[in-house]
Design a protein around this ligand. Sequence first.
Ligand SMILES: C[S@@+](CC[C@H](N)C(=O)[O-])C[C@H]1O[C@@H](n2cnc3c(N)ncnc32)[C@H](O)[C@@H]1O
Length: 239
Amino acid sequence: MLLSDLLGQPLSYVLAHGEKLVDASGIDAAMRRRRAGEPLQYIRGKTEFYGREFRVDDRVLIPRPETEILVETAIERIDRGARVVDIGTGSGIIAATLALERPDLRVVATDISVAALVVASGNGATTLVASDLLMAFVEDFDWIVSNPPYVAASEVDTLATEVRDHEPRGALTPGAAGTEIIARIFDQAGRARVILEIGFGQLAAVRDLAAAHHFRVDDVRDDLAGIPRVVVLSRHGWK
Ligand SMILES: C[S@@+](CC[C@H](N)C(=O)[O-])C[C@H]1O[C@@H](n2cnc3c(N)ncnc32)[C@H](O)[C@@H]1O
């Protein structure tokens, strides 16, 4: 893939032309970075999400395929014309994809990291607000979508070096339990319905948190490995 970028040719060209010689100096720096454990997507400066190409660098989490399930669920479930906020937008892939797939929605993207918002802006997320969750907002939203940081702090050291040493720490872990940001989203959600990506083994904890905040779990979607990954919630009995 690095060669394909260097040559400006598709991957199929690189695979079909093993006999061609290239100037090694062009690829050396990229290979050194890769050997040092830097993720391929940061070196290439781009990745694919939901069939489109987005810019990424070390200011943002690299979009994961599981997050496409969140986007798919949002496209299916969110009602026409709804006001939607993407909390922790990072590279902006959720907000930008939703806006493209569902032009009827009004989508706002927010992140506590201003550096991430710069990347999101370059990726076509149009309405951007720097905020600690919804603290900066006075308006209400109909739906919240979020892939929040959800890795328990103690688990960060067990992650692959690409993730642990290169992706922004604040995008990975919210604290000791892993559910701290999810709990705060429930606190701030008001009447909005919520679509959340959750971590491996987190469903029971999220159900408990939801119940404590008068949220009902309406739907759970598994990822391709059969792990509950996306939860749709709505509030009941809340004034
Ligand atoms: C797991 S990343 C998700 C990025 C992107 N939405 C995606 O799915 O690829 C979580 C994001 O939440 C942001 N974040 C962390 N704490 C936050 C907070 N208190 N308020 C708003 N955003 C926060 C991080 O900066 C990071 O961009």
